[in-house]
Write a protein that binds this ligand. Structure first.
Ligand code: KIV
Length: 273
């Protein structure tokens, strides 16, 4: 039995994540959207599960994260929460449910916390959403920031290429990270930015900085679960390491099953009542 599977294992909290940064222990984070997978990831010892709005892509098949609704995020989040014994669960507030004003942002965060049982919310942006972050934090809801490539703004940027390569955007990112820290965010995701810039962010703020496509110098790593398990096939960014080829494993299993059903090989005498 692994450490994470022991019955008396302590839940991960924001305080523990902070302590991990302080003692130099890297934080592991993956996305999860459903009960069965969340149970496996939690049992395997993941520190943080992100119910990402990437559910819009990998679960619902949309091209962007924009279409997913707050109700759908709450559905995914409550499924994950029911599975988890140890991991800290963060839920994205989806596009269109916090950008309008801080009252709307607070209402959305409260709905996520109340209806799913999540432990924290994540929001994309820096200075421009400061008021909303402060309001959510003052209601006692932990907030994680997200800077760099922010997929909810994809139509503003136009591409999914590496962000903040130029000095001006890099300085704005550092300044946004400091704003998020000052507001009281417990952590920041930085997506697809140069490793040296991510290193600066992790050094210049005291809260945990978790990278995706942001190199090795940050305080932890996050990947989309379907990508790292090789369920998705066509998404091949340089930063992605595949730890399994579940696409092939599942596809082979299903074609064997189809063959066995057609040939009457399944079920056998032993597999019936
Ligand atoms: O929605 C998501 O999966 C994310 C990660 C890419 C960090 O925000």
């Amino acid at each position: 039995m692994s450490k994470a599977q022991q019955p008396d294992i302590k839940r991960i909290t924001t305080h523990q994540l902070q302590a991990m940064k302080e003692r130099g222990e890297k934080i592991s984070m993956l996305t999860a959207y459903d009960f069965s997978m969340a149970r496996i990831l939690d049992g395997a010892g993941i520190d943080v599960l992100l119910v990402g709005d990437s559910a819009s892509n990998v679960m619902a098949g949309h091209e962007t994260t924009l279409p997913i609704t707050l109700d759908q995020m709450i559905y995914h989040a409550s499924s994950v929460i029911r599975a988890v014994k140890r991991a800290f669960v963060v839920v994205d507030i989806p596009f269109g449910y916090y950008q309008g004003n801080s009252s709307e942002a607070l209402r959305s965060a409260i709905r996520i916390m109340k209806e799913s049982g999540a432990h924290a919310v994540k929001m994309e942006g820096g200075a421009e959403i400061k008021e909303s972050i402060v309001r959510i934090l003052s209601a006692g809801v932990p907030v994680m920031g997200h800077l760099g490539l922010t997929p909810q703004s994809i139509f503003k940027f136009g591409t999914y290429t590496v962000r903040a390569k130029e000095e001006e955007e890099a300085e704005k990112l550092i300044s946004d990270a400091k704003i998020l820290e000052e507001c009281g965010c417990f952590g920041i995701v930085v997506e697809k930015i140069p490793a040296q810039l991510a290193k600066r962010v992790a050094e210049e703020v005291s809260i945990p900085v978790i990278g995706i496509g942001a190199g090795k110098y940050v305080d932890g790593q996050v990947l989309v679960m379907q990508d790292m398990l090789g369920i998705t096939k066509d998404f091949k960014p340089r930063f992605l390491r595949r730890y399994a080829d579940l696409h092939t494993i599942i596809s082979d299993a299903v074609s064997n099953y189809v063959e066995d059903v057609k040939s009457r090989e399944f079920p056998s005498e032993d597999e019936q009542y």
